[in-house]
Design a protein around this ligand. Structure first.
Ligand code: 3PY
Length: 328
């Protein structure tokens, strides 16, 4: 079959080796790829997608009306190499009858591990401590020096008790957490009962938690949920962790809360924008630990995500059920 008769797949980045291998075996398709580890420039995305039947994209690609128009009526499947799909203009996609898939389940453990790592790093002040060792600030053992907050006997509030939220909570149980509370769009009794968690309001999460952990998806309802009012309600000793999406937290309000002593510390794996500018005021705060969106960054998880993304795409293009189709 000549490439002009083959269905076109456009891939917006080099993907992890196992997915890449699977893609290379899809020789009945005309696969075109932005062959780089760097993000595809917008104009290349618009050019590359023209006439595509399938689009394999990343969470860094904004798949909006312009991209969909450029792709044209051939486009049948958008397969994103991510759990979150807030970068896809779902309304437009739905209108055009395009199917969408994502990669839930395969990165749950990795993301939960990173969330716990970030929580411990933040509450035990590890970056500050490491800095003191390097800059000679370590003079002697001192009773109150670099004291932080411990998990034992604490109340942990989880915003979003889905797969990842639950996996985080399960990993925190052995640390001796006394009470779990959670909020979500609605109660999730089957998850809550595993950790004996109580469903509460957003206000109560803010007021009662020693640690607030954000694991929800980004929607109009959750955008800016952690804002001035939320921080005002939090305990002065409380710590905020966000490993979901940056815009759930209002960063200006967070900066004010951290500098005025309204809350003790924050750990963010996600920011607005990404990357966060290197001169951003949050980066100068000792009580704010920022990581570059590495929640799912284990080799196994990223390989599994890439395989699932390609499988989703190929099944979708074949008109078959996709392993992880998003119900739009
Ligand atoms: O999968 C996602 O949605 C991420 O944020 C990266 O793992």
């Amino acid at each position: 079959m000549s490439t002009s008769e083959q269905k076109k797949i456009f891939v917006t980045r080099r993907i992890p080796p196992e997915g890449q291998k699977l893609l290379s075996q899809a020789d009945s398709y005309n696969v075109q790829q932005w062959d780089s580890d760097e993000q595809i420039p917008r104009d290349e995305l618009i050019k590359g997608v023209v006439g595509a039947h399938g689009l394999l994209c990343l969470l860094t690609d904004n798949i909006d009306k312009e991209v969909l128009n450029a792709a044209g009526p051939n486009l049948k499947v958008v397969s994103t190499l991510s759990v979150g799909f807030d970068h896809l203009c779902v309304e437009e996609i739905k209108k055009r009858g395009i199917r969408v898939s994502n990669t839930p389940n395969v990165s749950t453990e990795a993301t939960a591990e990173l969330t716990v790592a970030l929580l411990l790093t933040t509450c035990r002040r590890l970056p500050e401590a490491r800095e003191e060792v390097k800059n000679g600030g370590w003079k002697t053992w001192s009773p109150m020096w670099l004291c932080g907050a411990g998990l034992s006997n604490s109340t942990v509030g989880i915003i979003g008790l889905g797969r990842i939220g639950l996996a985080v909570a399960c990993r925190l149980v052995p640390f001796g957490v006394k009470r779990f509370i959670y909020t979500d769009f609605q109660e999730i009794p089957e998850n809550a009962k595993e950790i004996n968690a109580e469903y509460v309001s957003n206000e109560k999460i803010a007021e009662d938690s020693d640690f607030v952990i954000v694991n929800c998806c980004l929607t109009p309802e959750t955008e800016g949920l952690c804002n001035k009012d939320f921080f005002r309600r939090m305990k002065k000793t409380a710590i905020l962790i966000n490993t979901s999406r940056g815009p759930v937290v209002n960063q200006e309000d967070l900066h004010d809360a951290l500098t005025s002593g309204q809350i003790a510390a924050a750990g963010l794996d996600v920011t607005t924008p990404e990357p966060i500018p290197t001169d951003h005021p949050l980066l100068s705060l000792k009580n704010c630990v920022i990581l570059p969106h590495i929640g799912s960054a284990t080799l196994d998880a990223r390989n599994a995500m890439s395989v699932l993304t390609v499988n989703n795409l190929l099944k979708g293009l074949a008109g078959e059920p996709m392993p992880c189709e998003v119900k739009l």
